[in-house]
Design a protein around this ligand. Structure first.
Ligand SMILES: [Zn+2]
Length: 271
C-alpha cells in the first residue's frame, strides 16, 4: 500500500514537471513536445539533475543554477499539486467509484484525474499569462464529451441528464458571449474572455444540471471577493483585467464536491 502511494506520488511529481512545460509553452504559442527545457531567464538548457521535481528546487534554493535568478514558485507548486492529485484519486477516488465494478471503478478515477490535470493547466495558464490555450480547451472538451456519451451508452448516466447538460452548455456559452460583449462595451476590457467562453461547455457537461448553476455562482462569488481584496490592497484597479478562468475552475471544484449540499441548503432557504 505505502509503496503504491509513494510510486503514484513520484509519478505525479514527474507529470507535474511535464505540466509546467505544457503551461509555459502552450501559453507562449509553442509546441510542448520536443526541445530541451531552458531557464526562462537566461535561456540555458537545464541539466537533468537540475530538473528533478521538488528536490532540485529545494537543493538549488529556488534559484537557477546558471544565472542565479529566482525560479517561479509555480514549478514546485504544480509538481506538488499533481503528486497529491495522483495519490488523492487513488485513495479517495477509487473508493468513491468502487461500487461500479470493473472496469468503471478504474476508468472513472483515471478520467477525473485527467480532468483535474486539464483544469490545473487552465488555472495556471490563465492565472499566470491571462490565456487559456485553445488546444487545451479543445482537449478537455473532447474528453468530457466522449466520457459523457460513453457513460450514457453503458447505462451509467440517464440520457435525460445528458440532454439537460447539453442545454446548460448552450445556455452558458450564450450567457458568457453576451457578458463578453457587455463588459467590452461598458468597461472597455474583456471581463469574460474568449477562452472562458470556449471552456464553459466542458464545465457544463462535467457538472451537469443543476450543479453548473452552483459552479457559475461560486465562480462569480469567489471572483468578486478576490477582486475586492486585490483592490483594497491596491494590486488592481476597477479597470484592471482579472483572469476569470481560475475562478471558473474553483467554482467547478466547489460544485463538484459540495454542489448537492449547497443546492439543498439553497432550496431549503426558499421554502
Ligand atoms: Zn537561468
Amino acid at each position: 500500500m505505502m509503496e503504491v502511494i509513494f510510486f503514484l506520488f513520484v509519478m505525479g511529481l514527474v507529470w507535474g514537471s511535464f505540466l509546467n512545460v505544457v503551461i509555459y509553452r502552450t501559453s507562449h504559442g509553442k509546441s510542448f513536445v520536443g526541445g530541451r527545457s531552458v531557464c526562462t531567464k537566461c535561456k540555458k538548457v537545464i541539466r537533468w539533475y537540475h530538473n528533478i521535481p521538488l528536490l532540485s528546487f529545494l537543493v538549488l534554493g529556488g534559484k537557477c543554477a546558471y544565472c542565479g535568478k529566482k525560479i517561479s514558485w509555480q514549478y514546485p507548486l504544480v509538481e506538488l499539486i499533481t503528486g497529491l492529485m495522483f495519490v488523492w484519486w487513488y485513495l479517495v477516488g477509487m473508493q468513491f467509484f468502487r461500487l461500479l465494478g470493473s472496469p468503471w471503478q478504474v476508468i472513472q478515477p483515471v478520467f477525473w484525474l485527467v480532468v483535474s490535470i486539464f483544469l490545473l493547466i487552465i488555472f495556471m495558464t490563465d492565472a499566470l499569462y491571462g490565456v487559456i490555450p485553445f488546444g487545451v480547451n479543445l482537449g478537455l472538451s473532447l474528453l468530457v464529451i466522449f466520457y459523457r456519451v460513453a457513460l450514457t451508452g453503458w447505462g451509467y448516466m440517464n440520457p435525460k441528464d445528458l440532454w439537460w447538460s447539453c442545454v446548460a452548455a448552450i445556455v452558458l456559452v450564450s450567457f458568457f458571449s453576451v457578458l463578453n460583449i457587455i463588459t467590452r462595451k461598458v468597461r472597455g476590457v474583456d471581463g469574460i474572455g474568449g477562452g472562458d467562453i470556449v471552456l464553459s461547455p466542458a464545465l457544463a457537461l462535467l457538472l451537469g444540471w443543476p450543479k453548473i448553476l452552483i459552479g457559475i455562482f461560486m465562480a462569480f462569488l469567489i471572483g468578486s471577493v478576490v477582486a475586492i481584496i486585490l483592490m483594497i490592497f491596491g494590486k488592481k484597479k476597477m479597470k484592471s483585467k482579472i483572469a476569470f478562468g481560475p475562478f471558473l475552475i474553483l467554482g467547478t471544484i466547489t460544485a463538484l464536491f459540495w454542489g448537492s449540499q449547497i443546492w439543498q441548503w439553497y432550496m431549503g432557504m426558499l421554502q
